[in-house]
Design a protein. Structure first.
Length: 139
């Protein structure tokens, strides 16, 4: 059995996997207060995040690069491809020698609405503490 080398949407080369016509991604700027921490150690904080809404998924908050404190993120070998958002790069969070694997990601080659947030960071609330307006997010 052979794998498909490429697929097309009319004359356009498809990307990553076929898109669902009923799925969409929207990005909105917001002034919510987002705080990311591991224990008592603050990793990131902003009053100017963006919210990414993707069909059937919980909203994700993306923080601008200058909202992330230096020295806590280490580039992972994990990458992702999404026909809605684009290419993603994952990051380990390291605090006091403890590595939390693939706890964050950024969109290195964004598509569609995600073009508003290139290289911004989003954090997995199931791997560390993400608070929005003082309320902890849950996965």
């Amino acid at each position: 059995m052979k794998k498909v080398d490429a697929w097309y949407l009319e004359d356009d080369l498809g990307y990553a996997h076929p898109r669902d016509p009923y799925q969409r991604v929207d990005v909105q700027r917001t002034s919510r207060h987002v705080l990311v921490r591991v224990g008592d150690t603050q990793i990131a904080e902003t009053l100017a995040p963006a919210m990414l809404f993707e069909t059937s998924l919980a909203p994700r908050f993306y923080l601008p690069p200058d909202a992330v404190r230096p020295g806590f993120l280490v580039k992972s070998e994990t990458v992702s491809e999404c026909p809605y958002k684009g290419d993603g790069q994952h990051w380990h969070v390291v605090v006091d020698g403890q590595r939390i694997a693939d706890a964050a990601w950024s969109l290195t080659t964004p598509l569609g609405d995600a073009l508003m947030i290139p290289h911004w960071f989003s954090f997995y609330p199931e791997k560390l503490t993400v608070e929005v307006d003082g309320e902890q997010l849950h996965s």
